[in-house]
Design a protein around this ligand. Structure first.
Ligand SMILES: Nc1nc2c(ncn2[C@@H]2O[C@H](COP(=O)(O)OP(=O)(O)OP(=O)(O)O)[C@@H](O)[C@H]2O)c(=O)[nH]1
Ligand SMILES: [Zn+2]
Length: 187
């Protein structure tokens, strides 16, 4: 089956939509204060959705040579993402690790890129964790892996229940770590 095309931000259309939004909110998008706002907001969304153009498969290629299969765990990688329900930010940190298997060991920075590739999309936290886990499983074929996201959702803080500062924790574990996870995934 053909892969669906990745979403792209149409900058002029996004700017026009922001102008229309400002008008609908009773604001004057032509005023000096707001004149540059549509282009700034379009730029903001280009950055926030840049993950659709990132390919985790390209990042998760093994380093050359044979490295000992020791656990690799990156703790508390900061990320920012966007809740798909309200287009509101959620932000926190990701702990990502694996025990190398058939796919070998990858460069440390590549795990950060995988987190970014899925964070810079419209998301819910559980799907983001699942996508990171699937990327590790598919491309590294590790003996064990773990993904833990801890994030605060502004859609809970700034609207609706208006309850700020609640950390939401999502933990997914596989392979031998499913039964016996190392310390960063136990907390
Ligand atoms: N499970 C999960 N829920 C999320 C996430 N981000 C936002 N939500 C929740 O998604 C729900 C959307 O609920 P709806 O009832 O459709 O929307 P709503 O009326 O705006 O809900 P309230 O936020 O309760 O006002 C809310 O309870 C949000 O807190 C996420 O990453 N994971
Ligand atoms: Zn939300």
């Amino acid at each position: 089956m053909a892969t669906p095309p990745l979403p792209k931000v149409d900058r002029p259309a996004a700017e026009a939509a922001v102008r229309a939004l400002l008008l609908s909110l009773g604001q004057d998008p032509a005023s000096p204060e707001l004149a540059d706002t549509p282009s700034r907001v379009a730029e903001f969304w280009s950055e926030r959705l840049a993950g659709y153009a990132m390919d985790p498969a390209a990042d998760l290629r093994p380093l050359p040579g044979v490295l000992a299969p020791v656990p690799v765990i990156l703790e508390r990688i900061p990320f920012v993402s966007t809740c798909e329900h309200h287009l509101a930010p959620f932000e926190g940190h990701a702990t990502v690790g694996y025990l190398p298997g058939e796919g070998g060991t990858v460069g440390l920075s590549k795990l950060v890129r995988v987190v970014q590739a899925y964070a810079w999309r419209l998301q819910v936290q559980e799907r983001m964790a699942q996508q990171i886990a699937e990327a590790l499983e598919t491309h590294l074929r590790p003996a064990a892996w773990g993904v833990q996201l801890v994030a605060v959702h502004t859609c809970m803080a700034h609207r609706g229940v208006k309850t700020p500062g609640v950390p939401v924790r999502t933990t997914l574990l596989g392979g031998t770590w499913a039964q016996n996870p190392p310390p960063p995934f136990r907390g």
